[in-house]
Design a protein around this ligand. Structure first.
Ligand code: TYM
Length: 330
């Protein structure tokens, strides 16, 4: 059986990178597989969070998943901290995973920066918790953006190491599902940095809750170069900003980069940007409005999360019991 698991941190607004790189694909997968989608609040607290904002963000991100089109009856939508098995299995994986493996994680290096000694142990062990998220449900496929690939490789290493330590054919080695075209949506301010919640400039990203005027302004201000757009088959070499905007247009209009270049090749950005704005507004503003509407109905959001947690728990408990048995706990 194929089972999908993926997660998103409630660390701020959902943005176009989250949407195109991950959530839009989750929406497509929900019709074919059993899916669990998790708001990973325990991951969020690996860096300092304001408790009031965290609570609001957990609900807003959940609203974002629903507004983007995930059906809470069909999918299991829940927040991580409600199912204690995530933390329990993460501890067990802390005793399977190796320092050497974690030392290679580029995301820890980026997030900890120069003040490495000051980073929390939680931030360091973050990938072990991520492995626990996935393997607690014996998930087989994990749809993510390209930035999560290394964490997925570590998850596979942990599954393999557990199986071999205990001579058990127990955990599957989950496959990453990364959509090539939208795996890395880049910042609107610099085509070499990924679009991210943590970028100081709000002009670097389009948030799912941005209204039409803000989207238009951000696209108008998006960095480009003075050359016209390339034609089909031409290279984007050395033009990461142009490549990013064309990629976003292709993804939002469900066409290919080739087709966008066929339509806009030789034209200037002054002509392309209003068209990009049009499609971005048409696709994103309804989602943003739905997020705002749902965010008014906290009891509905909380009911979705509680129901999801209950269903997740039902899958997790038997897996955890077997893990305890395998490793000799009573
Ligand atoms: P997070 O919250 O940073 O991002 C959620 C999803 O959005 C994708 N993403 C992007 N894709 C393309 N371009 C971008 N600029 C961009 N920015 C973000 C991410 O790849 C991700 O798929 N560690 C994870 C959360 C997590 C998880 C898990 C994921 C915790 N446990 C288990 C899968 C399975 C994270 O920080 O995602």
């Amino acid at each position: 059986m194929e089972r999908i698991f993926s997660g998103v941190q409630p660390t701020g607004n959902l943005h176009l990178g989250n949407y195109l790189g991950a959530i839009r694909n989750w929406v497509k997968l929900q019709f074919k597989f059993e899916c669990l989608y998790c708001v990973v609040d325990l991951h969020a607290i690996t860096v300092p969070q304001n408790p009031t904002e965290l609570r609001a963000n957990i609900r807003e991100v959940t609203a974002g998943l629903l507004a983007a089109g995930l059906d809470p009856a069909k999918n299991i939508i829940f927040n991580q901290s409600k199912v204690s098995g995530h933390a329990e299995l993460a501890w067990i994986f802390n005793c399977v995973s190796r320092l050497g493996w974690l030392n290679r994680m580029t995301q820890f290096k980026e997030k900890a920066g120069k003040r490495r000694d000051n980073a929390t142990v939680g931030l360091y062990a973050y990938p072990n918790l991520m492995a626990a998220d996935i393997l607690l449900y014996k998930a087989t496929h994990v749809p993510v953006g390209a930035d999560q690939k290394q964490h997925l490789e570590l998850t596979r290493d942990i599954a393999q190491a557990f199986n071999s330590m205990f001579d058990a054919d127990f955990f599957p080695e989950p496959e990453p599902v990364i959509m090539d075209d939208t795996a890395r949506v880049m910042s609107l301010r610099s085509g070499t940095n990924k679009m991210s919640k943590s970028d100081e400039s709000d002009y670097s990203r389009i948030n799912l809750t941005d209204d039409a005027d803000i989207i238009a302004l951000k696209i108008q201000k998006a960095r480009t170069d003075p050359e016209p757009l390339p034609g089909p088959g031409d290279q984007f070499s050395g033009r990461p900003e142009a490549e990013n905007l064309v990629g976003i247009y292709a993804a939002l209009s469900d066409t290919s980069v080739e087709e966008v270049c066929a339509e806009f090749g030789g034209k200037n950005f002054s002509e392309f940007k209003p068209r990009l704005t049009e499609i971005a507004v048409a696709k994103l503003v309804p989602i943003g409005e739905e997020i705002k509407r749902l965010s008014q109905d906290l009891s509905h959001i909380d009911a979705v999360l509680s129901n999801g947690a209950e269903r997740a728990e039902n899958i997790a408990q038997p897996v955890l019991s077997e893990v305890r048995e395998i490793i000799g706990l009573i």
